[in-house]
Design a protein around this ligand. Structure first.
Ligand code: SAM
Length: 542
C-alpha cells in the first residue's frame, strides 16, 4: 500500500499548509525562554498566496476541499474565492460551537456547517459521525473551513457509534485511527464512498463513463493486522539534557509514539492494538531501551518495528515470529504458499492478512475477463515481487520493474526461494516507464500489465507508453484512490483519443476490495479502523 506511512503509523494528518494558525498569536519562547520573533504575515510569496487559495491537486487538502464544495456548493466557494473571503474564518481561535455533523470527509473526519448566523463555512471535527450533534473547539482555519477538537458528543448517532468497540486507550487523541467506534461493516461502506467520490471528483470522466464501484472486501483481521509501525521521538534539548543524568524514569517531556490528531506533536504511545502481537510485545522493551539512553540521542529518531517470520530457523513453523528493528535486516513473510523476503526498510504491504485474498482477487479478475488466455505478465512498481511471484504459476513469462535496487535483489531472490523455474521471472531496477522498451516482443493480446505505484501515482510518460503498449488487460492497484482516479481518467481519455476501442485495457468496473489498495479493476482500501488518509509528510497507509 503505497507510501508505507499510513494513518496507522499515527503520523499527523496533513493540514493545509496555508491554514490560519491561530496559535501563532501566542508568544513563542525559545529554549532560553526568550520571545521568538513572530513570522511576518506579509512575507508570503505570490506562489504561496496562490497555493493558499488553490490546494495542490490530488493532495489531502485538495481532497478535503472537494468535500467542502460538496457541502456548501461550488457557487458559494467560487464567490468567496472571488471576493477574497475564502480564507477569512467567521470562527475565532478557541471558539466553542455546537454543530450538526452532516457528512464525513474522505479523510474520515465529521463535517458540519458553522452555526447560524455565520456565513456558509465548514467545520471539520475528527471522531464525529454524520447525524451527530457535537460540541467542538476551533483550533485552526483554512480555505472555507475550520478545524476543531471534539469536546463532547451531545447527541450520538446510536446506529453508528458504539464506544464499546474501541480497543485502544489512545483512540480519540492519536492520529492513527479514525473509525474504531463504528462497526467494520460501516467502515467498509465509508471506504466505498471514498472511492465513489474519488472517481467522481478526480477522474475528470463524464458521469456516464464513471466505473461502477463494487462493495469493499474486508480484511480478515481488524485488529492485530499491521506488520509495521514507525513510532518516533525527539532528542532532548540542551536544557533537558542537563537534567537527564539524574533521571532514572522516563522524563515527562519524552514522548515515544505517534502524532496527536491535528498536530505535529508526538504522543507517548505504549501499545498499538492494530499492530501484530509480535510488534506489540516488542514495543515495551524497545521503549525502555530508548528511555535508558535518551541522553545519548542528538536528534529525533523514527523507529521501525516489522513483524517477520523467524529467519534463524528456515524450517521453523509459521507461528514463530520476531520483531525486526534494523532497516537493513531481512524480513520474511509467508503469503499463501509463497515466501517473501525483503529489506526491513524497503516497501512491503503492511497487512499480511489481506495479501493472499488480494492477489487471488487480482488473478481471478484477470482471468474472468480474458477472452484469450493471458501468458505474459508485466509487473510495474513490483517491489519485492509480490504480484509477479504470487501470479507466476498462471503465466508463462513474468517481468517486473522497480526503482529500488534492493527490492529488485529481493524479488530475484524470492523467485528462487519459491522454486520458480529459472528465467521465467525477470526483474530489473529502473523507472517504471523503462519497462515498455523491454517488452515490445510480448504478444499484446496475451499480456497483462499490473501497476502498483506509490501514492503519487503514475507519471505522464508512463501513461503514454501504457496506452501505446496496447496490452489486453491493465490492473491498477493503488493505495491512493485519488491519484488512481486521475490516472484511470487519463488512460481512458488517451485511449479514446487514440481511437482504438479494441485495446481498451481498462475495466468498466472498479471494485473496492480489501483495505486500501485500488486498481483500475480493483480498488482496495486497506486498513481497518483507519481512513487511509494520505499524503506527503503526513500520514498513513497499507
Ligand atoms: C506501492 S509499492 C508496490 C510494491 C509491490 N507491488 C508490492 O505490492 O509489494 C510501490 C513501489 O514502487 C516503487 N517506485 C516508486 N517510484 C517508482 C518509479 N518511478 N518506477 C518504478 N518503481 C517505483 C517503490 O519503491 C515501491 O516499491
Amino acid at each position: 500500500m503505497a507510501d508505507p506511512e499510513t494513518a496507522a503509523t499515527g503520523q499527523a494528518r496533513a493540514h493545509p499548509s496555508d491554514e490560519q494558525d491561530f496559535s501563532r498569536k501566542k508568544p513563542r519562547l525559545d529554549d532560553a525562554g526568550k520571545h521568538k520573533k513572530q513570522p511576518s504575515k506579509h512575507k508570503k510569496s505570490r506562489a504561496a498566496r496562490k497555493r493558499d487559495l488553490h490546494p495542490e491537486p490530488y493532495s489531502p487538502d485538495d481532497v478535503l476541499h472537494r468535500d467542502i464544495i460538496q457541502i456548501i456548493g461550488k457557487d458559494v466557494v467560487d464567490k468567496a474565492l472571488e471576493d477574497g473571503s475564502a480564507k477569512t474564518s467567521p470562527l475565532q481561535f478557541h471558539d466553542e460551537v455546537e454543530l450538526e455533523i452532516v457528512g464525513i470527509s474522505s479523510g474520515g473526519d465529521g463535517l458540519a456547517l458553522a452555526p447560524a448566523p455565520h456565513r456558509p463555512w465548514v467545520v471539520v471535527v475528527p471522531f464525529s459521525l454524520p447525524g451527530e450533534k457535537v460540541r467542538a473547539r476551533v483550533y485552526r482555519s483554512g480555505l472555507m473551513h475550520s478545524l476543531a477538537d471534539l469536546l463532547e458528543v451531545i447527541r450520538p448517532n446510536a446506529e453508528l457509534r458504539d464506544e464499546s468497540r474501541v480497543e485502544c486507550k489512545y483512540f480519540g487523541s492519536c492520529a492513527g485511527c479514525q473509525y474504531q467506534m463504528v462497526s467494520y461493516e460501516t467502515q467498509l461502506g465509508l471506504k466505498r464512498d471514498v472511492v465513489v467520490k474519488a472517481f467522481k471528483n478526480f477522474s475528470d470522466l463524464p458521469q456516464s463513463s464513471l466505473p461502477e464501484i463494487g462493495s469493499t472486501i474486508g480484511s480478515p483481521l481488524q485488529y492485530g493486522y499491521r506488520t509495521k509501525i514507525t513510532p518516533h521521538f525527539e532528542a532532548p534539548r540542551q536544557n533537558q539534557r542537563q537534567a537527564l543524568d539524574a533521571a532514572e524514569a522516563k522524563p515527562e517531556w519524552l514522548k515515544i509514539g505517534f502524532n496527536k490528531v491535528g498536530t505535529r506533536t508526538t504522543m507517548d504511545i505504549e501499545d498499538c492494538p492494530i499492530a501484530t502481537k509480535t510488534i506489540r510485545d516488542a514495543l515495551t522493551p524497545m521503549r525502555e531501551g530508548i528511555i535508558s539512553k535518551i541522553h545519548t540521542y542528538k536528534r529525533g529518531v523514527s523507529l521501525l518495528l516489522r513483524d517477520s517470520l523467524d529467519m534463524s530457523d528456515v524450517a521453523a513453523s509459521l507461528d514463530k515470529h520476531v520483531c525486526i528493528t534494523d532497516q537493513k535486516a531481512t524480513v520474511r513473510e509467508q503469503v499463501g504458499g509463497m515466501r517473501f523476503e525483503y529489506q526491513a526498510g524497503s516497501f512491503f504491504q503492511n497487512n499480511n492478512s489481506v495479501l493472499e485474498p488480494l492477489t487471488t482477487y487480482v488473478k481471478d479478475a484477470i482471468f474472468a475477463r480474458a477472452t484469450t488466455k493471458p501468458t505474459h505478465l508485466v509487473d510495474a512498481y513490483c517491489g519485492a515481487g509480490l504480484f509477479s511471484i504470487m501470479l507466476s504459476p498462471h503465466f508463462d513469462v513474468v517481468t517486473g520493474i522497480e526503482l529500488s535496487a534492493d527490492s529488485i535483489r529481493f524479488a530475484t531472490r524470492n523467485a528462487e526461494l519459491n522454486g520458480i523455474p529459472e528465467g521465467k521471472c525477470t526483474f530489473r531496477a529502473g523507472d517504471a516507464a523503462d519497462i515498455f522498451a523491454t517488452v515490445k516482443s510480448f504478444p499484446a493480446e496475451e499480456t497483462v500489465l499490473i501497476i502498483d505505484p506509490p501514492r503519487k501515482g503514475c507519471d505522464e510518460n508512463f501513461i503514454r507508453q501504457l496506452v501505446e503498449f496496447k496490452c489486453s488487460t491493465v490492473v491498477y492497484v493503488s493505495c491512493n484512490v485519488h491519484t488512481q482516479a486521475r490516472d484511470v481518467g487519463m488512460i481512458l481519455k488517451k485511449m479514446e483519443e487514440d481511437g482504438d476501442g479494441k485495446t481498451s485495457p481498462v475495466t468498466q468496473r472498479a471494485e473496492t476490495s480489501f483495505t486500501p489498495r485500488s486498481s483500475i479493476f480493483v480498488d482496495k482500501s486497506i486498513s481497518p479502523l483507519t481512513a487511509n488518509r494520505g499524503g506527503k509528510g503526513q500520514h498513513s497507509r497499507l
